[in-house]
Design a protein around this ligand. Structure first.
Ligand code: G16
Length: 534
């Protein structure tokens, strides 16, 4: 280890005395102006993680996704395109808080020792960033971290978060796809087009995409160039070059939280399907205006049930072969969706804490695991066993069984197996609508009716005092607050409410649902009021 080399770089990125950073729901996320020392240390950490895994390629994404333009963030992607292994989150936190050169070197030594890292092992890292103004400077500091420990790296410029996950996987698993941006588009287009050909669909599908003025806008335009037929995208809120417009009155988080149309879409047409991405294109929600002109949201819960129903109908055609299909949600899932999954679809349902890493892990326990957060973040995981069984199928071409098995195999390639992906999920939804039982937004929406729900945010002195249990459905601390919430909830028929600290924003989130809109609003505001004393 060349200590002088590391401290030389570290002297440009000293940490603040009185600040504590934590690897949260999706890495480190905060005001961009505070991030420089953190991203430098994450660069070092990514290099160490790669060395610890014998030189496997690790991904680093600079993004703050749905957060406002003044924020930024950074997260590490493991070799298979999954979120960083949980035990390394604590290691990252420790390194990020090693503010001076001396503590930085001693923490690096500690990591090398505890993880039995061979310092001479190779280290490979791929980096990308979203379209935020602070991105280039933070990227340069991340690269300083990589250079400090002599890691090899490749900078992919501006990408969506799921594209970086895809690339990370490709570098470690060549069967996953070509390790460049083109390979990502080709894989999507090939699988989508083959599915449509298999079913004899020749007409084009049109869809409007609100890209939250983020990087998803540029990537949709690139995708459209490859997609000469089949899908016609109309792009709105596509100004990724106007940093202040990012996620502002538009995008998946805005639409889901406010349950209303984003700005920037002229002439809404009733009964037509619209979609919104978030700032780094790893979430998507859909919506339409019904005949009465009322806004109807088709969120992550609706996406999960649509995709699960479609997959279930395909599975039912594979005579005799039985596979376990399950759905994973979080506490934010609408109670009606959970009832529908259990009582109508009759599928196993898992509930985890917020954060893709938790849902992803749980979804891996099924042959096919559909996971979606209500906010639109999710994907469908197909197990190796399931894929092998499909590939071994010997159904006669032209039969229903053959069509079902082939479609399932193509869905494995279409749906991003590493993480939630707005673009891939959008295409999967279009496939399910075109080929499944629910053909129109209205039919899709009519599968179940959401309970009225509200999502609020409260600013508190220290959100770290809010500790939860039971997949974040109950507060353990501050002591006594949960009983106060329970007492209020008991007054509302069908009522449910919980409070948890956000892992991506300096705020506490309040979720409430009940049988009527009036009750829901009252419940949400009474629970929020309880937080005023904190
Ligand atoms: C991230 C996570 C999601 C999570 C969201 C909000 O999404 O990847 O799993 O639902 O933050 O988390 P929290 O409520 O803890 O702030 P994104 O799209 O912002 O990366």
């Amino acid at each position: 280890m060349n200590i002088e080399h590391i401290t030389g770089y570290a002297s440009k990125h000293l940490g603040p005395e009185n600040e504590t950073f934590a690897y949260g729901t999706a890495g480190f996320r905060m005001l961009a102006s505070k991030l420089d020392p953190v991203v430098f240390r994450v660069g070092i950490l990514a290099g160490l993680r790669s060395k610890a895994l014998g030189g496997k390629t690790i991904g680093v994404m600079i993004t703050a996704s749905h957060n406002p333009p003044k924020d930024n963030g950074i997260k590490i992607v493991d070799p298979f395109g999954e979120m960083l292994e949980q035990s390394w989150e604590a290691i990252s936190t420790k390194l990020a808080n090693s503010h001076d050169s001396e503590s930085l070197i001693s923490t690096i030594k500690e990591i090398v020792e505890s993880q039995k890292i061979d310092w001479s092992a190779p280290s490979n890292v791929v980096v990308a960033r979203d379209s935020r103004e602070s991105g280039p400077k933070l990227l340069a500091s991340t690269i300083d971290g990589l250079k400090a420990i002599g890691a090899s790296f490749k900078d992919f410029g501006q990408l969506t978060t799921p594209q970086l996950h895809y690339l990370t996987r490709c570098f470690n698993d060549s069967s996953f796809g070509k390790p460049d941006e083109e390979g990502y588009y080709e894989k999507l287009i090939l699988s989508y087009s083959k599915i449509m050909e298999l079913w004899g669909v020749t007409d084009d599908i049109s869809i409007t995409v609100d890209a939250a003025n983020g990087i998803g806008a540029d990537q949709i335009l690139k995708l459209q160039k490859y997609f000469e037929q089949h899908v016609k995208f109309t792009l709105v809120n596509g100004s990724s070059d106007v940093p202040s417009a990012l996620n502002s009155d538009c995008g998946a988080d805005f639409v889901k939280t406010n349950q209303k149309l984003p700005s920037g879409i002229p002439d809404f047409e009733p009964l037509k399907l619209y979609s919104s991405f978030d700032g780094d294109a790893d979430r998507v929600v859909f919506y339409y205006l019904n005949k009465e002109g009322t806004f109807r949201l088709l969120d992550g819960d609706k996406i999960a049930t649509l995709l699960a129903s479609f997959i279930s109908s395909l599975l039912s055609k594979l005579d005799g072969k039985s596979f376990k299909l399950g759905i994973v949600q979080t506490a934010y899932a609408n109670g009606s969706s959970s009832n529908y999954i259990t009582n109508v679809l009759k599928l196993p349902l898992g509930v985890t804490a917020t954060g893709v890493k938790h849902l992803h892990h749980k979804a891996q326990s099924y042959d096919i695991g559909v996971y979606f957060e209500a906010n639109g973040h999710g994907t469908v995981l197909f197990s190796d066993n399931f894929v092998e069984a499909l590939e071994a199928q010997d159904f006669t071409p032209g039969t229903e069984q053959y069509k079902a098995a082939s479609t399932l195999r193509l869905l494995v390639d279409l749906i991003n197996q590493t993480v939630g992906d707005s673009i891939a999920d959008l295409l999967a939804v279009l496939v399910a609508l075109r080929l499944g039982d629910s053909k129109t937004p209205e039919e899709w929406d009519s599968n179940y009716t959401d309970l009225p729900n509200r999502l609020l945010k409260a600013l508190v002195k220290d959100r770290n005092q809010f500790k939860t249990t039971d997949a974040e459905r109950k507060l353990v601390e501050p002591v006594g607050l949960q009983s106060e919430i329970d007492e209020i909830v008991a007054e509302y028929p069908g009522g449910r409410s919980f409070v948890r600290a956000s892992g991506t924003e300096d705020a506490v989130r309040i979720y409430a649902e009940a049988n009527t809109i009036e009750d829901t609003n009252e419940l949400a505001s009474r629970v929020s009021k309880l937080l005023e004393k904190y």
